[in-house]
Design a binder for this molecule. Structure first.
Ligand code: AMP
Length: 282
């Protein structure tokens, strides 16, 4: 595996590969890798000649400074996982490399409704930071395909919108959510859960799967939503931020009936001081 920390060497490596007509797949991450991340690399491997994974804990997408400080950074463990996964390149830029202007000057993308609801409503400025960092990474890597996880469903729509605004040629591939045996969606933040909180957090996916399986047994979407929120609120030490049933494309709330419409249930919940998100397609 090639490791690049500085853009110069990385750029000349990529130029050479591109001249040879190699197809480049890109998996941007914030590290603390788990099998969810690795599944993106596994998806990219047979479809691309070169798989680039980046690890960069992006300060501009953290609306909570403490969350940024507490974000796990087990770089040696991450490198081992990437080596085992046979990833071609690890790009490990510094904050200075990503934001050479010092205090970051963010482009003010108009991300529309996607930047008003759900995550955006609870994490102001988060998606602007995401759109900016992904744009900067795409400029450096210039991949053919960008591999993103369904776990961060709203983030995919945000990145799609940014790619459209910037008129970039990169295609997006969405990868399924990888879960623990208990159903808990894998997340870098799970390591911060106590044993009890970890067990309690399995109720999130149980709730989502229950709602999916029983969606036709509720009199309305609002009744389904209410039941979901009730189930999540029963988790000890929890604060439910949202549970919404939304149109897959627009992310507008669906109020009347989910029948026939591609829809998704999305939720965010704090358990024992750790913020977790999950979703399920209906
Ligand atoms: P992150 O390091 O959290 O920024 O995530 C990097 C990429 O991995 C994003 O595209 C995520 O959606 C994806 N990802 C995170 N968790 C999972 C998971 N459990 N299953 C599949 N993909 C995931």
């Amino acid at each position: 595996m090639y490791l690049f920390k500085s853009e110069k060497q990385f750029a000349s490596f990529l130029q050479k590969e591109k001249r040879e007509g190699k197809k480049i797949g890109f998996v941007p991450t914030m590290g603390a890798l788990h099998y969810g991340h690795i599944s993106l690399i596994e998806k990219a491997k047979p479809e691309c000649d070169i798989v680039v994974c980046s690890i960069f804990v992006n300060p501009t997408q953290f609306n909570d400074k403490k969350d940024l400080e507490k974000y796990p950074r087990p770089i040696e463990h991450d490198m081992e996982m990437l080596l085992k996964a046979d990833c071609t390149v690890l790009y490990l830029p510094s904050v200075e490399e990503m934001y050479p202007e010092g205090k970051p000057h963010l482009k003010n993308y108009d991300l529309g409704y996607y930047d008003k609801v759900l995550e955006a409503a609870f994490r102001p400025g988060h998606f602007l930071g995401v759109a900016n960092v992904v744009f900067r990474l795409l400029q450096k890597v210039n991949p053919d395909v960008l591999y993103l996880g369904q776990k961060d469903f709203q983030q995919i729509q945000i990145i799609r919108k940014m790619i459209e605004i910037e008129n970039l040629p990169t295609k997006i591939e969405v990868c399924e959510i990888v879960r623990e045996a208990s159903g808990l969606a894998m997340s870098s933040r799970n390591v911060r859960l106590s044993d009890d909180a970890w067990n309690n957090a399995t109720i999130i996916s149980q709730t989502l799967f229950f709602l999916k399986e029983n969606k036709n047994n509720f009199s309305s979407v609002s009744a389904l939503r209410k039941e979901g929120i009730k189930m999540l609120k029963a988790i000890p030490d929890s604060i439910v931020e949202y549970l919404e049933v939304c149109d897959v494309e627009t992310l507008r709330s669906i109020e009347i009936s989910v029948e026939g419409k591609p829809a998704i249930i999305l939720t965010a919940i704090w358990i024992d001081g750790v913020r977790l998100i999950d979703n399920v397609l209906l």
